[in-house]
Design a protein around this ligand. Structure first.
Ligand code: B12
Ligand code: SF4
Ligand code: SF4
Length: 316
């Protein structure tokens, strides 16, 4: 099979697994390594120290897998209809990406299935490495290079047809494939995301101070949340979607979503009373298999307490 035939086949196999877009990036070093280093030096990563590790690999896709010649980048859509709030008791809000099963497992499983099918069809030996979040690569930069979408002013990769509610997954491979062409920025003069960000985490177009992002505060930060940011968190208890909700590219009709992302209660609007009073065993039972388990019970209780105070202030 020629590189073009293999590329076409990989894209077809990925589509069968439910990926809405597949692009190929070459293994050349990615741009903006200096930007990333300055971002770290300014402390924008907060306590996410893992982002400053393996800098020699992050912008060099070829170092992810010995002999790598191509990077297959996929987009897995998760957008769904926002259901009505279940009752009038005070509820928190969970970001859409966490309503169903943990995407790391879902996307990895699908990428392994693509690799297995390829091995059945391609007679000569080749290597693959599947990466979803865990490998030290800047997935958004890679997705942009693979033509999946452009990096918007809210720092999300945006596909002009699908919007930004999708996960990114990567297969590094020793196969030679035909690279795609990046697509241009289509944000234009819009600044809705910057205006909508409740904590001012979007400092300027394309630049985030992650240490102010509600997603970081609720999911990554294990210590107490800075007092001055608490009121701006509103009712978010796990992640935040404000800068995506307002994006005009996310207004297109709903996509078919994977059953794995079917809503698992207590998402998307968990009772704050329950979150505040559950003990660790209650959490373990209620959140089995849920993406919410990425935060500890103590973090969820902390987030729920803040949301409860914020809602009480709103209704006063
Ligand atoms: C750390 C992290 C976070 C941090 C920091 C986010 C951030 N913007 O950096 C926090 C916890 C805040 C976070 C939040 C979210 N995250 Co997150 N996160 C990551 C992770 C693990 C690393 C990102 C990273 O390296 N950040 C450092 C900054 C400097 O790099 P970057 O923004 O990714 O990319 C910059 C450079 O590449 C550079 N650049 C490179 N080339 C080019 C070209 C141009 C033209 C421009 C302008 C810039 C540019 O600019 C980019 C933008 O600043 C990635 C997975 C991965 N391994 O990459 C997921 C990832 C980025 N997150 C993801 C998701 C889904 C989310 C949330 C939506 C979850 C939620 N609802 O709460 C939010 C979105 C918030 C937002 N507006 O970004 C998805 C994004 C998918 C997409 N469509 O873009 C990823 C790719 C995970 C995945 N595998 O799907 N996340
Ligand atoms: S996820 Fe929320 S807090 Fe983070 S940048 Fe977007 S709007 Fe701001
Ligand atoms: S809201 Fe507007 S500026 Fe922000 S990412 Fe979407 S199109 Fe770009």
């Amino acid at each position: 099979m020629s590189p073009l035939e293999i590329t076409t086949r990989i894209k077809a196999l990925a589509a069968e697994q439910g990926f809405c877009r597949t692009g190929i990036a070459p293994v050349e070093p990615l741009d903006r390594a200096n930007y990333y280093k300055q971002w770290l030096a300014a402390g924008r990563h907060g306590r996410m120290h893992y982002l400053s590790r393996n800098l020699g690999i992050r912008f060099h896709p070829s170092r992810i897998l010995e002999g790598a010649r191509s990077m297959v980048v996929v987009a897995h859509p998760y957008r769904r209809q926002v259901p009505d709030r279940r009752d009038s008791s005070p509820c928190g809000r969970v970001a859409m990406y966490a309503w169903g099963k943990d995407y790391h497992k879902v996307v990895r499983r699908k990428l392994f299935a693509v690799c297995d099918r390829l091995r059945e069809e391609i007679p000569h030996p080749f290597e693959t490495r599947v990466c979803v979040d865990t490998a030290p690569i800047v997935e958004r930069a890679l997705a942009a290079r693979a033509g999946i979408g452009w990096i918007g002013k809210n720092t999300m990769v945006i596909d002009p047809q699908v919007g930004s509610y999708f996960f990114v997954g990567v297969i590094a491979t020793t196969l030679e494939l035909v690279a795609d062409v990046p697509i241009g920025d289509q944000c234009g003069s819009c600044t809705r995301c910057l205006q909508a960000c409740p904590t001012g985490a979007l400092l300027r177009p394309y630049e985030m101070d992650a240490s102010r992002c509600v997603s970081y505060l609720t999911i990554e930060l294990r210590e107490s949340i800075p007092q001055e940011l608490q009121a701006a968190m509103g009712d978010w208890v796990f992640g935040c979607d404000m800068c995506q909700e307002v994006c005009p590219y996310n207004r297109k009709p709903q996509l078919q979503h994977d059953p794995a992302y079917a809503i698992k209660p207590p998402c998307p609007f968990p009772s704050l009373m329950e979150l505040c009073t559950w003990d660790d065993d209650d959490y373990a039972k209620a959140l089995a298999g849920s993406a919410l388990k990425r935060a500890t019970p103590a973090m969820l209780r902390r987030n729920a307490e803040i949301a409860r105070r914020n809602i009480a202030c709103d209704t006063r």
